[in-house]
Design a protein around this ligand. Structure first.
Ligand SMILES: Nc1nc2c(ncn2[C@@H]2O[C@H](COP(=O)(O)OP(=O)(O)OP(=O)(O)O)[C@@H](O)[C@H]2O)c(=O)[nH]1
Length: 342
């Protein structure tokens, strides 16, 4: 019999459908956020050329006809330096305990260093969780170099994850040139259990919008000050609400006996966002505000454009700059700047 039908896929809740949690880990700047974005196809995590911008566990969801992967983008795992660093590592450990598989990002253009080995040591404690090595930024090296890198990565897995039998898989990928991004998704999908969909399709991220909005503001604020304010800037969205705004449009037209003006009232949704940018020192506050508040206006305009894209409505953004001294080292201040969930 000739079958003209498209290949059958298991229905979302039918046997054969797979769904589960995946965590991408790797040292700062390894390309985790960029890969998450490429996999999910929307801007859910914030990328930057400076390490450690990802402070939150941001989740992106890949939904296909065969599987659903919920990606947990962990902060750069590193040796604890400040309290914030320690909390980040706790958070990473907690996040990893509940996932079905871990994707370890190792940049193709950098040699394996103590930072990578530190992370692999952490991963070796995770029993029964397969670790898939993702050799990121493959576009940055030659084929030959990539081949050598893959051998080094394999040796690393054999040595440090001996009890796991090494890395479960090795996949070179470039999020930038879209090389093997789909392959990464299908490989990861092999390691999640049979399960119905865990999230509805239209839910690209289950992270509260306020957290994403805060990240966008933080990114906008850091854009000009990566060196001056590396980790001393936090953003809290204090209030966010949607309202209908009356929009009055006026049109001039020629009514034969002269110009007439007609007015039309329409309702347009607008999101009001009240947010605070926290810095550690008065001097930093002055930098962020700038002369005659010019810098703050630039940050606001930049952030507003991104937030409008994210939310799909017009946005009214009210930004305040506040000082929370040494907040990175003080648990009370950390709670104040939105780390109460840690
Ligand atoms: N050429 C190239 N550059 C990449 C690729 N993926 C990421 N990058 C760059 O590498 C840098 C770090 O990428 P991120 O995705 O922010 O890295 P991360 O691991 O999330 O970093 P943290 O948030 O610090 O943990 C950025 O400048 C990216 O543009 C890639 O596939 N190719």
């Amino acid at each position: 019999m000739n079958d003209h039908h498209a290949p059958q896929h298991p229905a979302d809740n039918a046997p054969g459908y797979r769904a589960g949690f995946i965590s991408l880990v790797g040292r700062p700047n390894a390309g985790k956020s960029t890969l998450t974005n490429a996999l999910v196809g929307t801007k859910v995590a914030i990328t930057s050329s400076k390490p450690q911008t990802t402070r939150r566990v941001l989740r992106g969801i890949i939904s296909t006809e065969d599987y659903q992967l919920i990606l947990v983008d962990t902060p750069g795992l590193h040796r604890p330096r400040t309290l914030l660093g320690e909390k980040l590592n706790d958070l990473v450990a907690e996040t990893l305990a509940g996932v079905d598989a871990v994707g370890l990002c190792l940049p193709a253009d950098e040699t394996i260093g103590p930072g990578d080995r530190f992370i692999v040591t952490q991963l070796s404690y995770l029993k029964d969780t397969p670790v898939i090595a993702l050799v990121t930024k493959a576009d940055k090296v030659t084929k030959q170099h990539l081949g050598e890198k893959l051998l080094h990565v394999q040796a690393l897995g054999d040595e440090m994850l001996a009890e796991h039998g090494g890395f479960a898989e090795l996949v070179p990928v470039s999020a930038l040139t879209d090389f093997q991004v789909d392959t990464v998704a299908t490989v990861l999908a092999n390691y999640v259990p049979e399960s119905p969909k865990l999230y509805p399709d239209d839910e690209l991220t289950d992270e509260a919008d306020t957290v994403m909005v805060a990240e966008l503001i933080r990114e906008a604020a850091l854009e000009d000050f990566r060196d001056e304010l590396p980790h001393s800037l936090a953003v809290v969205v204090e209030e966010m609400s949607l309202r209908e705004r009356d929009e009055e449009t006026t049109a001039q037209h020629d009514a034969g006996d002269g110009q007439r003006t007609s007015r039309r009232h329409t309702k347009a949704p607008i999101t009001d966002v009240y947010a605070a940018i926290y810095v550690e020192r008065d001097s930093q506050k002055a930098i962020v505000i700038g002369t005659k508040a010019a810098q703050l206006r630039t940050i606001g305009a930049r952030a507003r454009a991104e937030i409008e894209k994210l939310l799909g409505t017009k946005v009214y953004l009210d930004l305040r700059v506040k000082v929370a001294k040494e907040w990175q080292r003080d648990p009370k201040q950390m709670r104040r700047v939105g780390f109460e969930d840690l």
